[in-house]
Design a protein around this ligand. Structure first.
Ligand code: ADP
Ligand code: ADP
Length: 229
């Protein structure tokens, strides 16, 4: 199975300033790949192109061998789950926040769905129950708790592709390690692109892509890249 393929992808937000300069890479189905590189290199732009917030100015992006420009927007969005750095939660219960999009989900329904999607470990790590009101008028969740809810929400939809766009970068490293360890247990078998900037975050990745100024500077395994430093 081919997974995700970038073929000579060029892109600029403005015509006179290119951000990505002919990117070629592949992420095999089921692989966990970390995308690292300095701020401004174009990492988030890659995530936005995959979700078709923008289209490449040249080149193609394929998912499972199909050009995403030819795929129905709905089915593309159903196949990709993005967890951003600062997830926004609704002023509602934890259960609603995890299950939004599912009508009238009560705690039992959400629990059942969570068990099906193997994401219970994320929910069980939360200090409060599904009925707890969060947001301005409710409990204020910590950054780590918010991200657990956001990751659970994304995984509940059971997308075959998961993009973590600096999803744990703002957290203290202990919380980050706990969340990544849980993710490693539950996200096996999914195609995962983890955008990161800390080396510790990517130690478990199957492969690492290093992006610099919109070009792939290096790729390899964690140990290979450390050896070259
Ligand atoms: P990274 O995620 O690696 O930090 P980004 O993909 O966010 O990098 O940004 C790459 C470049 O594109 C940066 O120079 C940034 O300023 C520019 N950029 C990002 N978003 C926009 C936008 N919406 N409009 C114009 N330029 C943008
Ligand atoms: P749905 O309509 O199925 O609820 P959306 O199309 O709103 O899904 O979003 C799909 C996923 O992409 C969600 O996990 C959402 O958090 C994420 N997402 C949507 N818009 C953005 C955005 N602008 N930046 C980052 N992630 C986003």
């Amino acid at each position: 199975e081919p997974g995700i393929t970038f073929e000579n992808v060029h892109f600029g937000y403005d015509e006179d300033r290119q951000i990505l300069h002919g990117l070629d890479f592949e992420i095999r189905a089921g692989e966990t790949v970390a995308l690292v590189g300095p701020s401004g290199a174009g990492k988030s732009t890659i995530a936005r192109l995959l979700f078709r917030f923008y289209d490449p100015s040249a080149g193609r992006i394929l998912i499972d061998g199909q050009d995403i420009a030819q795929v129905q927007q709905e089915s593309l969005r159903a196949s990709i789950g993005i967890v951003p750095q600062d997830s926004v939660l609704f002023n509602d219960t934890i259960g609603y926040n995890i299950a939004y999009g599912r009508a009238n989900a009560d705690e039992d329904d959400v629990r059942e769905a969570a068990r099906g999607a193997a994401i219970l470990p994320f929910i069980e790590a939360l200090p409060e129950g599904f009925d707890t009101q969060v947001g301005e008028r409710g409990l204020k969740l910590s950054g780590g708790e918010k991200q657990r809810v956001a990751i659970a929400r994304t995984l509940l939809k059971d997308p075959p592709i998961v993009i973590l766009d600096e999803a744990t970068s703002a957290l203290d490293s202990r919380t980050e390690q706990e969340i990544l360890a849980t993710l490693n247990r539950v996200a096996r078998g999914r195609t995962t692109l983890a955008i990161a900037h800390r080396l510790s975050t990517i130690a478990d990745a199957d492969r690492i892509l290093v992006l610099e100024h919109g070009r792939l500077a290096e790729q390899g395994h964690h140990a290979d890249l450390l050896r070259r430093d």
